[in-house]
Design a protein around this ligand. Structure first.
Ligand SMILES: Nc1ncnc2c1ncn2[C@@H]1O[C@H](COP(=O)(O)OP(=O)(O)OP(=O)(O)O)[C@@H](O)[C@H]1O
Ligand SMILES: [Mg+2]
Length: 179
């Protein structure tokens, strides 16, 4: 198996917050693998309450790339399409959970979130990953963990912020694997 070397917590880490430098897509895949393992550990919590991931960052920052790597790490075998046009793509993961990958970029109004019935796709047994959350604004259920991606020359920087107890558990699993 390929050795994964990400320098987690090199810049800043605490229980609720960490910054990770992702030199290339291999490192994005490595951090996604850690998230997949962490979500696996939290599976019972996810079955009970769900888990919401917010992906923030400019066009081309790497939100879809990360989500695709996460789905691959969760053993999704088929094609992982960007939800740019369909707004949502659905996957079965972790033996009984459903993963919804949303991209709200094309929303003209946050009300479209309610009108499309997306609210029903959040909650017990559901993992959601949302790109362009700001376009769904107040209608969107609260995120458990936010990943903010910024372009750093050819690389990317990821700020991981836990926003709930479940988010803290996942983040600690992700960081714990670095030890
Ligand atoms: N860690 C990384 N280092 C360098 N390049 C990366 C890294 N992660 C992703 N990239 C590249 O950055 C681009 C990110 O595109 P991606 O579609 O994932 O962005 P996005 O944030 O989803 O954009 P959009 O807002 O348009 O949906 C891709 O070309 C990918 O190859
Ligand atoms: Mg995208």
């Amino acid at each position: 198996m390929r050795q994964q070397t990400i320098k987690l917590s090199a810049m800043n880490s605490s229980l609720t917050d960490a910054v990770v430098f992702l030199a290339d897509e291999t490192q994005t895949e490595a951090i996604a693998q850690r998230f997949a393992s962490a979500l696996g550990v939290l599976r019972e919590d996810i079955l009970a309450q769900g888990f919401n991931l917010r992906l923030t960052g400019d066009l081309g920052a790497g939100k879809t790339t990360f989500t695709r790597a996460l789905l691959r790490a969760l053993d999704v075998a088929g094609r992982v399409r960007s939800p740019t046009f369909e707004l949502v793509e659905e996957y079965d993961v972790l033996d009984g959970c459903v993963f919804y990958h949303f991209d709200f970029y094309r929303f003209e109004s946050p009300r479209e979130f309610e009108e499309a019935g997306f609210r029903d796709m959040f909650g017990s047994g559901r993992i959601t990953a949302c790109e362009w959350s700001e376009k769904a604004a107040d209608y969107l259920p609260a995120a458990d963990l936010e990943i903010t991606l910024t372009v750093d020359k050819a690389a990317r920087r990821a700020h991981l912020a836990a926003l709930s107890d479940a988010g803290k558990k996942v983040l600690n699993e992700v960081l714990g694997h670095a030890a």
